[in-house]
Design a protein around this ligand. Structure first.
Ligand SMILES: Cc1cc2nc3c(=O)[nH]c(=O)nc-3n(C[C@H](O)[C@H](O)[C@H](O)COP(=O)(O)OP(=O)(O)OC[C@H]3O[C@@H](n4cnc5c(N)ncnc54)[C@H](O)[C@@H]3O)c2cc1C
Length: 414
C-alpha cells in the first residue's frame, strides 16, 4: 500500500498556506500549526490592504540573497503564470497595475486569504491556531514538534514556514531561526528591509509631514549605490515613502558594514537641471529684488522647506533682501535643492519593516525541492530563508513559489 506522508507545517502565513494546499493535493495528510489566533494575518496587511500578490516582471535582480542563483531556481519551478493560474482557479480575478504589480480585482487582501482558507477547509487540511512550536526533534525518520503549551505533534515531514522578524505583531518574530539552528542550519544575520530610514539632521521635527515627488539616492561616502524616484515624506525621525523603502535594503547593508558611511542624497527637482533652477531663482530675484530671501521662494518650494533649505545652504539672515544674496550663496541653495546630502543613522525597527533581509542560509537547501541538505524530511518556505525581494509583489511571489514546491516535495518524498 502507498504510504501517506504526514506533513506538519509550522506557520500559517502565505507560504505555509500554499504549502498545505500543494501537499494535500499530492496526497499527504497535512496539519498547519500557527502560533496566532488565526492564520494569514500578514496577508491581510499586504499592499495597504489590497495585496500586491505578485509581479509580472520577475527578474533575478529584484531578489536579494547571499546566494542569488538559488532564488530563480525555485521561482522557475512554480512561476508567475502558475501562481496566477492557481489563484484564478481559487476565484481571484486579477488586474495588472504600474510596474507589473498584480492585485486582486476586488482590491481586497482579505479575498486572497478567504479563498486560501476555503480551499484548506475543502481539502480537509487541519488548521490548529494558538499552537506555537518551540522545538523540533528528528528521530528515526520521524519528527516530533514540541509546543509552548506542552502539546506534542508527530509527523513524517516538517515544513518551516515561520516567516522572518518583520512586523512581529502579525506573528513572525524570528522564532523559526531557533527551531532549526540546533539542527545545524546557519543563520545569515537578519536586518529590517523595506523600512523607513532614520536620519541624522537638526531639522527633522520641523519638516515632519512634508511630502514631495523627487529623486533619492543612497551613497556610501561619495559612491552612489542606488537611486529611486517617487513620493518622499519627511518624518520626525527621517524619511519614508515608496522610494525610501526600496533603498532601505542597501542602506541596511551599508549600516551593517562598519567601514561604510551611508548618506542619502535628495534631488527636489529631478526634472530640472542646475542651470534651469538657477535661471528660475535669478528671475524671481530680479522680479522682486526687495522680497526677503525666504519669501522669494514662496510658490516655488514648499513653505516649510524654505527656511531649512536656506539654513542648510549657510544663509543665516533669512530676512535679507534677495538682491543681497551673493553668487556663492545662490550656488549653495542650488546644491541643496539638487544634491541635498543627509547622513543615515539607521533604519526603523522590525515593527515597521515589511520584510526581513537575511535568514536561514540557502546553501544548505535544495532549490528544486526546498528540502534541507542537512536533515532529510525537513523543508523550508518563504521569508524564514535568506531571500528577500523588492517592493512590488516579489516577496509574496517568493512565498507562493517556495511554499508550493516545499508542499509538493514533502508530500512526494519516499
Ligand atoms: C505591512 C506589510 C505589507 C506587505 N505588503 C506586501 C505586498 O503587497 N506584496 C508582497 O509581495 N509582499 C508584501 N509584504 C511581504 C510579505 O507579506 C511577506 O514576505 C510574506 O507574507 C512572507 O510569507 P511567509 O509565509 O514566509 O511568512 P509570514 O507571512 O510572516 O507567516 C509566518 C507565519 O508563521 C507563524 N509563526 C511564526 N513562528 C511560529 C512558531 N514558532 N510556531 C507556529 N507558528 C509560527 C506566524 O504567526 C505567521 O503566521 C508585506 C509585508 C508587510 C508586513
Amino acid at each position: 500500500m502507498k504510504k501517506i506522508n504526514k506533513v506538519l507545517i509550522i506557520g500559517g502565513g502565505a507560504s505555509g498556506l500554499i504549502a498545505a494546499i500543494s501537499a494535500k493535493k499530492k496526497g499527504a495528510e497535512v496539519v498547519i500549526l500557527e502560533k496566532m489566533n488565526r492564520v494569514g494575518k500578514k496577508i491581510l496587511a499586504t499592499g495597504n490592504g489590497r495585496c500586491n500578490l505578485t509581479n509580472i516582471n520577475m527578474e533575478t535582480k529584484r531578489f536579494h540573497s547571499s546566494y542569488p542563483k538559488f532564488v530563480m531556481g525555485a521561482l522557475n519551478r512554480f512561476n508567475v503564470n502558475q501562481t496566477l493560474d492557481f489563484f484564478e482557479r481559487l476565484g481571484i480575478s486579477y488586474k495588472i497595475e504600474d510596474g507589473g504589480k498584480v492585485f486582486p480585482m476586488s482590491d481586497q487582501a482579505s479575498s486572497v486569504l478567504d479563498v486560501l482558507r476555503y480551499e484548506i477547509q475543502r481539502l480537509g487540511i487541519k488548521e490548529i491556531c494558538e499552537a506555537e512550536v518551540t522545538k523540533i526533534v528528528n528521530k528515526n525518520n520521524k519528527f516530533i514538534l514540541y509546543l509552548k503549551d506542552g502539546r506534542k505533534f508527530s509527523g513524517d515531514r516538517v515544513i518551516v514556514a515561520t516567516g522572518g522578524k518583520s512586523s512581529p505583531n502579525l506573528g513572525s518574530n524570528g522564532s523559526g531561526y531557533g527551531l532549526v539552528t540546533p539542527l545545524g542550519h546557519k543563520l545569515i544575520t537578519p536586518f529590517p528591509a523595506l523600512v523607513q530610514l532614520v536620519l541624522e539632521a537638526w531639522f527633522l521635527k520641523r519638516l515632519k509631514g512634508v511630502k514631495f515627488n523627487g529623486k533619492i539616492s543612497i551613497f556610501d561616502g561619495n559612491k552612489p549605490i542606488q537611486t529611486e524616484f517617487g513620493e518622499i515624506l519627511f518624518t520626525d525621525y527621517g524619511v519614508s515613502g515608496p522610494p525610501v523603502l526600496q533603498l532601505s535594503r542597501k542602506a541596511g547593508e551599508l549600516l551593517n558594514n562598519k567601514k561604510s558611511t551611508p548618506f542619502i542624497c535628495i534631488d527636489l527637482f529631478p526634472n530640472f537641471s542646475e542651470k534651469q533652477i538657477d535661471d528660475i531663482i535669478l528671475t524671481r530675484f530680479f522680479n522682486y529684488p526687495k522680497k526677503s530671501v525666504e519669501f522669494s521662494f514662496v510658490g516655488f518650494i514648499n513653505k516649510r522647506l524654505i527656511p531649512v533649505i536656506l539654513k542648510e545652504a549657510g544663509i543665516k539672515d533669512l530676512n535679507k533682501s534677495c538682491c543681497n544674496v551673493n553668487i556663492t550663496e545662490r550656488k549653495n541653495i542650488i546644491k541643496i535643492l539638487k544634491n541635498w546630502r543627509i547622513p543615515v543613522k539607521g533604519t526603523q525597527s522590525w515593527m515597521q519593516s515589511q520584510v526581513t533581509a537575511g535568514g536561514i542560509d540557502v546553501k544548505d537547501i535544495d532549490p528544486n525541492t526546498m528540502e534541507s541538505k542537512l536533515v532529510s524530511g525537513l523543508y523550508f518556505s518563504g521569508e524564514v530563508l535568506d531571500v528577500d525581494g523588492d517592493c512590488g509583489g516579489f516577496n509574496l511571489q517568493w512565498a507562493w513559489s517556495s511554499g508550493y514546491i516545499a508542499g509538493e516535495s514533502a508530500a512526494k518524498k519516499k
